[in-house]
Write a protein that binds this ligand. Structure first.
Ligand SMILES: C[S@@+](CC[C@H](N)C(=O)[O-])C[C@H]1O[C@@H](n2cnc3c(N)ncnc32)[C@H](O)[C@@H]1O
Length: 398
């Protein structure tokens, strides 16, 4: 910890906002953009600062970043002293919440940034192994303290830093993947909904699994029947859950490494009705429509097509195309489980786009489930960026 931690806010470095910045703060959004700072800040990145309005009124305490467009990330709205006990109490709250909403889930998120009061910090558990992402100079500076707290509370078998996320570059933080504590096997075996999944937390996408989709994968089990298509399948997360009730499950993904693990996952679970195809989903769907194929359940779980606002036009076209093609392939009475993890595509816009896809494909659809991220990934209402995942389960009439 630095000498300024554990002090009353009056003794912290102070950062003033402009009038516009103060009005923005009133929305409750936990970030402040650099343009909204009243002047230059002579504070090292990651430092805790007291945030003041233009007239010197106290607005809260925040982590400062010198590199990215987001200059401040609020840690408190109030005057409480931010010391070891403060963080220990926040950790306890985060863990107690997971025990309520995801008891017994072997792979789950334990700390999810702002929503848990740890701006820029993510901690995932894969059984007794922890994976940590610090995405901001604030948690980066306090990492030794955070690791000590989780270690004394959870006694993990290992802790691995997945510090290869792109946002770290924007914050001027180095890229690395490193096990800093304990022994991490090459691959872990994780149980989810009665199935076993292999996880490579060093090289897998995200921190190994797409944990935000855990509850959606489990919900999808009730819709497995006949021919199932899992498009953008990764390691078979959705498809394998549906396999027991299906005649056949076709997994399509562009990553050979992900499909290799999917095949092994099928094998260790004794599932013999899985085929894994390495192909661009856009090509696969076009070809399947041309060949007049039919599927009884289709899952579309693409990566975020709209990573920024500039990407939106292309992204909308992409979402529209894959959903329209999927609807052409869907058999009567079949289910489409369609997801978007683009923050830049709002829920209502995604629904509109699905209406349009249904119209073009000449299909009537009914909404069966309207879902979001798993409950161990809570989102802050004041941080729309955290409300990114949409998952709709739609059914075609028989
Ligand atoms: C959000 S992940 C899917 C997660 C998976 N449904 C799960 O629950 O584990 C998206 C996947 O799409 C794959 N992908 C990205 N672009 C693709 C494309 N054009 N065609 C096929 N697969 C693609 C990535 O390799 C990644 O595995």
């Amino acid at each position: 910890m630095s000498p300024t931690d554990g002090r009353p806010w009056q003794e912290l470095p102070q950062v003033r906002l402009t009038g516009k910045g103060r009005r923005w703060r009133k929305t409750g959004h936990p970030w402040v953009y650099r343009d909204d700072l009243a002047g230059p800040v002579g504070v090292p990145p990651g430092e805790l600062v007291a945030v003041l309005g233009p007239t010197g009124d106290f607005l809260g305490q925040a982590f400062y970043s010198a590199a990215s467009r987001i200059a401040l990330r609020f840690v408190t709205r109030g005057e409480e002293v931010v010391d070891r006990e403060f963080w220990a109490a926040r950790l306890e709250e985060a863990l107690a919440y997971r025990e309520r909403v995801a008891p017994g889930a072997e792979a789950r998120r334990l700390i999810y940034g702002e929503a848990d009061g740890f701006p820029g910090l993510v901690v995932d558990a894969y059984g007794p192994h922890l994976v940590v992402q610090s995405l901001h100079p604030g948690p980066e500076r306090l990492l030794p303290l955070f690791l000590e707290l989780v270690t004394s509370r959870l006694a993990p078998a290992s802790i691995t830093l997945r510090h290869d996320a792109e946002v770290r570059q924007l914050e001027g933080l180095p890229q690395e993947v490193r096990t800093v504590q304990g022994e991490l096997p090459e691959r872990l075996e994780i149980r989810e909904g009665g199935l076993t999944f292999l996880v490579d937390v060093r090289r897998g996408q995200k921190t190994g699994l797409f944990l935000d989709q855990r509850e959606n994968r489990l919900a999808a089990r009730s819709y497995g029947r006949g021919e199932v298509l899992d498009a953008f399948a990764y390691q078979g997360g959705f498809g394998l859950h549906l396999a027991a009730a299906a005649t056949r499950v076709t997994l399509v993904d562009s990553s050979a490494a992900a499909l290799e693990v999917a095949r092994e996952n099928a094998l260790i679970n004794g599932l013999e009705n899985i085929i894994a195809i390495r192909e661009n989903v856009f090509h696969f769907l076009r070809k399947a429509v041309k060949e007049g194929r039919r599927y009884d359940t289709i899952i579309l779980d693409p990566p975020a097509f709209a990573k920024s606002r500039q990407d939106r036009p292309g992204a909308l076209k992409g979402y529209l195309e894959i959903n329209r093609q999927a609807l052409e392939l869907l058999s009567p009475g079949g289910c489409l489980i369609t997801c978007s993890c683009s923050y830049n595509l709002r829920e209502e816009e995604f629904l509109d786009l699905l209406r349009q896809a249904a119209q073009t494909a000449g299909r009537e659809l009914r909404m069966v489930e309207r879902r979001g991220a798993a409950r161990d990934h809570p989102a802050l209402l004041s941080l729309p960026e955290s409300l990114y995942l949409k998952c709709f389960i739609l059914q075609a009439p028989p």
